[in-house]
Design a protein around this ligand. Structure first.
Ligand code: ADP
Length: 192
């Protein structure tokens, strides 16, 4: 019988505009992982006009966080589809409640977090990138007011989670400035 593949759970953390989505795509491709982006999933719900989309739309447009129970249910359902959990998480967990729920979910699947990576980018660069993306992609939450809210929400709710993973010996910092390939090379080095 073929040996079952090993479980791998990577968390990409960092402020809005740090490049989590792009690097998550590359990691998923290179390491054979499913990319699970809660932001992408929510935007898909909004586009499809689901109940969840209806609940999330105004919250996202304001730059606030969608309630934890809705997010956790979405993640749980997605992970349940994998025989062996092999995933890169982009934009989740974002709150202490979500982090605790993830630990429980993974324990139920007899696995745990492989590594959490914090992408570091200076704040003025982040704002530049988000405004640029606003011009290119027409994302309704990429305007200056919402960007400021998302930065604050990140600092208050999500940044403290870095300590949670540091204390567990899972946290790695990666410099997020430079080309996509440069950043990806740093990520792979940290995970080697
Ligand atoms: P960014 O990190 O660039 O702000 P995302 O695509 O990750 O973009 O998230 C966009 C929005 O979707 C967030 O501002 C928030 O409203 C919602 N969202 C995404 N992930 C979560 C989550 N884990 N918990 C709560 N809300 C979320």
């Amino acid at each position: 019988m073929a040996e079952a593949r090993a479980s791998e759970v990577l968390l990409l953390m960092g402020p809005p505009g740090a490049g989590k989505g792009t690097q998550a795509d590359h990691l998923a491709q290179a390491r054979g992982l499913m990319k699970l982006s809660t932001g992408d999933m929510l935007r898909s719900h909004v586009r499809r006009g689901t109940d969840l989309g209806a609940k999330a739309q105004a919250i996202m447009a304001a730059g606030d966080l969608v309630p934890d129970d809705l997010i956790v249910a979405m993640v749980r359902e997605t992970l349940a589809a994998q025989d062996v959990v092999a995933v890169v998480l982009d934009g989740f967990p974002r709150t202490p409640v979500q982090a605790a729920a993830l630990d429980t979910l993974l324990a139920e699947r007899e696995t745990g977090i492989t590594a959490a990576i914090a992408l570091e980018v200076a704040e003025d660069e982040l704002v530049q990138r988000l405004l640029q993306r606003a011009a290119e992609q027409d994302r309704s939450d990429d305007n200056e007011t919402t960007i400021r809210t998302r930065m604050q929400v990140y600092q208050q709710m999500t940044q403290p989670l870095l300590d949670y993973y540091r204390q567990r010996g899972k946290l790695h910092y990666v410099e997020g400035l430079g080309s996509v390939d440069d950043v990806f090379a740093r990520l792979q080095k940290v995970l080697a």
